[in-house]
Design a protein around this ligand. Sequence first.
Ligand code: FAD
Length: 333
Amino acid sequence: MIITQNKCLLEYNTFRLNVFSSEFAEYETVDELREVLRSSHSKKWYLLSGGSNTLFSSDYDGLILHPISKNISVEREDSAFAWVRADAGVNWDNFVDFTINNNFYGSENLSIIPGLVGASPVQNIGAYGVEAKDIIDSVEVYVLDTDEVVTMSAEECHFGYRDSIFKHELSGQVIVLNVLYRLSKSFKPILKYGNLSSELGEEGSFSAKELRDKIIEIRNSKLPDYTKIGNGGSFFKNPIVSVEIAEKLKETYPDITTYADGKGVKIPAGWLIDKAGWKGYRDGDAGVYEHQALVLVNHGEAKPKDIIMLANSIIGDVKEKFGILISPEINIL
Ligand SMILES: Cc1cc2nc3c(=O)[nH]c(=O)nc-3n(C[C@H](O)[C@H](O)[C@H](O)COP(=O)(O)OP(=O)(O)OC[C@H]3O[C@@H](n4cnc5c(N)ncnc54)[C@H](O)[C@@H]3O)c2cc1C
């Protein structure tokens, strides 16, 4: 375990921004984590996992912690379920691949979401009608204040849409060490989103591996490959507005698709940004992805301020054109 000074983070953030942190340390065990925190000279720290939902607004004057523990193990099984524990440093898609190869089901719709396992409960990652919360049994965390390792039940994680207690009350208080997932032994595909059912056919006529391959194919056709074009996935959250505002919007734009969400209505932020004319926009190396307006991209040499300025311009323009305030989904540091 070594703390590196003045570390370049280019390879550690999918926006591929050339930023530096004053201290950086990888750790494998909780004892190494304790040791790093004890030895650091920094006043603040940030847990950088896969860096695929993190936007650096400048160099980071503090300690970057990066988990590298990669163990996946089947902890127990009964006739219906398998409980699989994965360390925070496991690549998320390697975990999905592991479960499907072992005939454990539930994660296939979450195929190729970038990032590491430790972020999956923090973000409550989701795609194609499935969220991490659907398969999380419990989360083991290191509590900084008490120096203890504690197991939190899924209920205690207060999961919401791309949200959890780790983004609120426990932000900066705990570090996720590993996650215990409960996977089903029978394959019950969830096909309610996108064209999955028309593309795959009747339930029973395809395998979990085929569903995973189809999702990978669809995602690859829609989203930019961050190893080629830097990006952080969906940059903005879908705003939730009142029923009255949504109805007015529908009158003016009958083509808009809205979704009921509790007492409000969810409006696709990508649609608003697209309709405002930003899709494919480019200013220097900062831009909006040509096939998906919700994704801001770094075409090469963009600086953090270029991406932030672009995001602010989009927020202002959408507010002016539709009267709706959109806000970033990505963690801005
Ligand atoms: C091309 C692309 C597509 C994407 N598609 C999706 C999608 O379909 N669905 C979706 O939900 N997301 C998607 N995302 C966003 C992203 O992949 C997820 O949010 C992912 O969970 C982030 O993981 P990470 O390891 O990269 O997290 P990071 O960006 O490193 O961290 C995210 C947050 O979690 C915290 N954190 C991470 N690990 C820990 C830990 N061990 N303990 C405590 N806190 C921790 C960090 O401090 C930070 O606040 C996409 C991103 C990209 C680039």
